[in-house]
Design a protein around this ligand. Structure first.
Ligand code: MRU
Length: 361
């Protein structure tokens, strides 16, 4: 997607080389910096420190982490060790497990001498497929925005956190339909939740949308309900870190409150996700491991001052804080789901390709 006049993916590999680059998301929006991931340790650190974040991008980074580990030491034990260390980097997004399982499955039958090349090739495929899948989500959900356009004012979409191209390899999930609508000439405007404590909405979603020229307005996390009561939100679209078999949606902390407000105000609430985010092994959301992050993220705020990026304290010295990073929105509050297979009212309806239409004989 667009950064100024250039086109980027969030992560990429240099042609035929064991060199992976990614955009450092801890530096945005104040600095655009690309960093290199050249070892397993780099990949683990990039995920744990959230230089890369967002469920699909965590999975893609882990896939390259496996390939880089094998490039350094190529035994089955090293593969298992790499997968274990990557798996432990962050607990909630199921795409991490999905990507590691896929890498292990692919490499299981590959002779040792071909394993490194096969690992990089599979990681490249995971990235390319992610871009295609997200673009398909955008195509399937474009109609949800287009059908709400009435010519008198923009279609107002509210989104939470960053489920844009920075959270994936390209296009994004929740933002893909917004890019598709904007590119198709639909008059669309986005309310962007700031998304405390790390402010992924303020620092990443606003940056992405503004780079693409999409009209957008930053709001504090508590403003969404008020805007919905006033009829100023036509629909909500969010992403997901893990969606369970019954359709419960785990996403960035605060998503549940937006879904409640949407339900109370009759605002449609959609979840855009690739099938790699569906965890069919869990019946419902109560069993999803919720990441607890450090107090410092709550007790301080990151920003930029005249001398450059800085953090400021926002609570009294000695204050304690709790920091659950995700919450679960029950399926009953979700109007519909959009995956690469289409849009539907239940997760079952979109978790596999639609059966081919029967031909008349
Ligand atoms: O903690 P983060 O920034 O990794 O959380 C990201 C989110 O919650 C996104 O909404 C989710 O991963 C969907 S990304 C397409």
């Amino acid at each position: 997607m667009r950064v100024g006049d250039a086109w980027y993916r969030s992560i990429w590999r240099e042609r035929d080389a064991a060199r992976v680059h990614a955009i450092d998301q801890t530096r945005l929006p104040h600095a655009f910096e690309v960093f290199e991931i050249s070892t397993l340790e780099d990949a683990v650190r990039a995920i744990a420190d959230m230089q890369v974040r967002g469920a699909p991008l965590i999975g893609a980074t882990a896939a390259y982490g496996v390939a880089l580990a094998l490039a350094a030491r190529n035994t089955p034990e090293d593969l298992d060790d790499a997968a274990r260390r990557l798996f432990e980097a962050r607990p909630t997004a199921v795409n991490l497990r999905w990507a590691l399982d896929r890498m292990k499955r692919t490499l299981a039958t590959v002779p040792a001498g071909e394993r490194v090349d096969a690992a990089f090739a599979e990681a490249d495929r995971i990235c390319d497929e992610d871009a295609q899948v997200n673009e398909a989500i955008g195509d399937h959900a474009l109609g949800l925005i287009r059908e709400r356009a009435n010519g008198s004012r923009p279609v107002n979409v509210l989104t939470h956190c960053n489920a844009g191209w920075l959270a994936t390899v390209d296009w994004g999930t929740a933002l893909a339909p917004i890019y598709k609508a904007f590119d198709a000439g639909v008059d669309v405007h986005v309310w962007v939740d700031e998304t405390r404590p790390r402010n992924q909405g303020a620092s990443l979603t606003m940056w992405e949308l503004m780079n693409h020229g999409v009209p957008c307005t930053l709001i504090v996390d508590n403003a969404g309900g008020h805007l919905m009561q006033r009829g100023q939100v036509d629909l909500c679209i969010v992403g997901s870190d893990r969606t369970t078999a019954n359709g419960d949606v785990c996403n960035k902390i605060g998503t549940y409150l937006k879904a409640l407000a949407a339900h109370d105000n009759g605002v449609p609430f959609f979840v855009a996700l690739p099938c790699s985010t569906i965890d069919a092994t869990l019946a419902s959301g109560g069993d999803i491991p919720i990441e607890e992050r450090g107090e410092a993220e709550v007790l301080t705020m990151a920003g930029a001052a005249t001398q450059g990026p800085c953090r400021v304290d926002i609570a009294a010295p000695g204050a304690r804080a709790a920091n659950p990073a995700f919450d679960v929105t029950p399926a009953r509050l979700v109007t519909g789901y959009v995956t690469e297979h289409g849009a539907g009212a239940s997760i079952d309806a979109v978790s596999a390709p639609a059966p081919a239409a029967a031909t008349a004989s």
